[in-house]
Design a protein around this ligand. Structure first.
Ligand SMILES: Cc1ncc(C[n+]2csc(CCOP(=O)(O)OP(=O)(O)O)c2C)c(N)n1
Length: 248
């Protein structure tokens, strides 16, 4: 729903505790710190788990968020997906830091760098960090080093900026887990087929349900940004609706 431009896609399903996706890079970081701090003050054992890319760590929001989390010892797990590119900008051109994890140390936040394509390492470190947060031991930063296998978006063409062959040696984490399971006799073909069938059905019925909805309302792009719409935005809205042949 979200990726089809429907505002309903911003509403978490019943019983799930998550925030809508945030398109402005890194704004989710102070949100995660604030919500974790609120939970701490309320005395619950809820924690906030926050995901962001390597590019997000070049934003002020990342640094403000980490500083605040450290000062107030909020139960926040910062999970960095370092896929080595912020769209077309490689890690090395974007920062002089050798790692993302070292940025956490500046804020005295326990920080760890893991192979992000190793399912077990990611699970183990995330679980440990969540436990620390729940125990009142404050925030953790996890840097999971991974690789973006495709383009950033449908408007992006990585062949324009990535050297030929770069990333070819990266093993897909799902395939890696499959090898591990097969080598250790955990692989059950019938079970795998059943899971694949169930998940395909689930995804197909979700797509069908989404397709029943009318097309997104173009006014939603403008209406939920400010409580009182500024003049410039209002003008943009009018001209966009006029372009679509509609009046407001
Ligand atoms: C504040 C802000 N500036 C610029 C953009 C445009 N933009 C979209 S994705 C992106 C790169 C993000 O890089 P990274 O955090 O490494 O995430 P990933 O490449 O893994 O998606 C940029 C600059 C944006 N969405 N928000």
């Amino acid at each position: 729903m979200y990726w089809n431009g429907r505002a309903e896609g911003c509403v978490p399903p019943e019983g799930k505790k998550y925030f809508p996706a945030a398109v402005p890079i890194a704004t989710q970081i102070p949100h995660a710190v604030g919500s974790a701090w609120a939970e701490k003050r309320k005395g619950t054992d809820n924690i906030a788990l926050c995901f962001f890319g390597d590019g997000a760590t070049s934003e002020g929001d990342f640094h403000e968020g980490l500083n605040f989390a450290s000062v107030f010892q909020t139960p926040t797990v910062f999970f960095n997906q370092n896929n080595r590119y912020a769209i077309s900008v490689p890690f090395e051109k974007q920062m002089n830091s050798k790692t993302i994890a070292q940025k956490g140390l500046a804020y005295d936040i326990p920080s760890v760098r893991v192979d992000g394509n190793d399912v077990f390492a990611v699970y183990f470190e995330t679980k440990k960090a969540a436990q620390r947060a729940r125990n009142g031991e404050g925030p953790t930063l996890i840097e999971a080093v991974t690789w973006r296998t495709g383009a950033h978006t449908t408007a992006d063409d990585p062949t324009k900026y990535r050297p030929d062959g770069q990333g070819e040696d990266v093993v897909n984490p799902v395939e890696r887990l499959e090898h591990f399971m097969k080598n250790n006799d955990f692989w059950d073909e019938a079970w795998v087929e059943q899971i694949e069938r169930e998940l395909t059905d689930e995804v197909e019925s979700a797509v069908e349900a989404m397709e029943q909805y009318p097309k997104p309302n173009p006014e939603d792009l403008f209406d939920h940004v400010f409580e009182n719409m500024p003049k410039q935005l209002s003008e943009q809205k009018q001209s966009y609706l006029a372009l679509l042949g509609r009046d407001s």
